[in-house]
Design a protein around this ligand. Structure first.
Ligand SMILES: Cc1cc2nc3c(=O)[nH]c(=O)nc-3n(C[C@H](O)[C@H](O)[C@H](O)COP(=O)(O)OP(=O)(O)OC[C@H]3O[C@@H](n4cnc5c(N)ncnc54)[C@H](O)[C@@H]3O)c2cc1C
Length: 401
């Protein structure tokens, strides 16, 4: 994947190049994984969409200006898979919290159980002896990207052939994928092991891998069965998504940018901000570190966004912790901080901590939700196919069609 600057301009160039392929070509070819540097049948926009360098709406509008809804139906479905996962997890934050706790616990087990550690290390380094799996582990580490089909096969082999806990695989992905996303990643891994569509699992089969990699691989010794896992998190009731604090007019306000949404176009109405800051965490990985490539891309994308949106970002400085955000607010005598809404994940946990610190000093944290999320997320209550029925309604509400 040729990711360089993480800028909006770069994303728009990628989108323009992909546009002719977003219709019937995508429907026909999207499942073929042609290998690193050859992913020409898919958009490779995920690292940009994840940070909203370009938004789902930007992509949908462009695609629907070039193709009919019917022609681009498959591609549009995939954009909405992301939307669905985000909305679904938003009303079930306990699933994310449970995943984080599991990873924490398993990371300790890696230190004490040498058998588990050896199998995990071989999988992460691509030294299992399973040709396709080893190639994907290396491709992921080197490029920060894997084709969707490869992610499905990889996750299935990780759990059912290598007998490793799914949470460690999801963590390995999150520490390497440039598009690593709390909702899409956690829920896709859960989907593979039968925890999302309860009881339905995904088994990677050698013939399927051979066919959709154009014969590049002929894996041997793959598991022949994929029994579903179960857990208690799946049975807990969803919660109503709390509306964020409303914006307070006439207060001394600062603008906080973060990597869950690096696009301030929807914040221009708050142009009376007197200061701005960019949240630049050192590493959001678990006890294990994220790949240098991911950290580099995070920084590049943040740099590109602060440059692109400079007119909206007065005296922009970096902040690295919730305590740093508090100091910045106090130094600038802020009464309110406005920031794009962060969906369930690391940034939202950080903002929650921030909210409490700030409120002790009389400063309100105001998260601004996008219309796209407000309109779409309430439909993400059951399975994707129920949600999918609402796509035309969502597109109409947003005046995209
Ligand atoms: C185990 C596993 C883990 C995954 N982890 C992530 C993750 O951390 N972050 C992430 O963005 N996607 C994740 N996905 C979904 C999917 O693999 C990627 O979004 C896709 O491969 C990105 O490549 P692309 O931009 O070329 O996709 P395209 O095929 O060009 O699709 C366009 C956009 O639609 C969205 N999209 C496509 N497929 C999916 C999908 N199945 N689920 C959700 N959104 C989708 C992405 O935003 C993508 O950029 C995961 C899938 C699996 C099976």
């Amino acid at each position: 994947m040729q990711v360089c600057s993480g800028s909006r301009e770069e994303a728009l160039v990628l989108l323009a190049a992909f546009l002719p392929k977003a219709g019937t070509s995508y429907t026909r070819n999207r499942n073929f994984d042609l290998g690193a540097g050859q992913h020409k049948h898919v958009s490779q926009l995920s690292a940009y969409i994840k940070r909203r360098i370009i938004t789902e709406e930007d992509v949908l509008k462009k695609v629907l200006s070039a193709h009919s809804l019917n022609e681009a139906g498959k591609f549009i479905d995939e954009i909405f898979w992301r939307t669905y996962f985000k909305g679904w997890l938003e009303s079930r934050p306990h699933i994310w919290m449970q995943y984080c706790a599991d990873v924490h616990h398993l990371t300790h087990e890696l230190q004490t159980q040498s058998g588990l550690r050896d199998r995990w290390a071989a999988a992460c380094l691509g030294e299992t002896g399973i040709d396709c799996f080893d190639a994907w582990a290396k491709e992921l580490a080197e490029t920060g990207y894997l084709h969707n089909h490869a992610r499905m096969w990889f996750a299935s082999i990780w759990v059912y052939t290598l007998q490793l806990p799914w949470q460690l695989g999801a963590d390995f992905f999150l520490r390497h994928l440039l598009d690593g996303d709390a909702a899409s990643n956690t829920l896709s891994w859960r989907w593979v092991v039968g925890l999302h569509s309860v009881g339905k699992t995904y088994l990677a089969r050698a013939e399927n891998i051979q066919r959709f990699t154009n014969g590049r691989f002929a894996p041997k010794g793959l598991a022949q069965v994929a029994p579903p896992l179960n857990d208690t998190a799946s049975t807990m009731a969803p919660k109503i998504i709390d509306p964020p604090n409303p914006y307070l007019e006439g207060r001394k306000t600062g603008l906080l940018l973060h990597s869950d949404d690096l696009n301030t176009a929807h914040l221009t109405q708050y142009s009376d901000c007197i200061a701005s800051a960019a949240y630049r965490p050192v590493d959001e990985g678990t006890m294990l570190v994220s790949s240098p490539k991911l950290l580099e891309f995070n920084n590049a994308a943040l740099d590109a966004a602060t440059k692109h949106w400079k007119p909206n970002l007065l005296n922009c400085c970096d902040v690295t912790t919730p305590e740093g955000i508090l100091s910045w607010a106090l130094e600038n005598k802020l009464e309110q901080i406005v920031t794009p809404y962060a969906a369930v994940g690391n940034t939202s946990q950080m903002l929650e901590k921030c909210k409490h610190l700030l409120s002790n000093h009389g400063v309100q944290l105001t998260q601004v939700m996008r219309e796209y999320d407000i309109v779409s997320w309430p439909y993400a209550t059951k399975g994707f196919f129920k949600f999918r029925e609402k796509i035309p309604k969502i597109l109409t509400s947003l005046s995209i069609i």
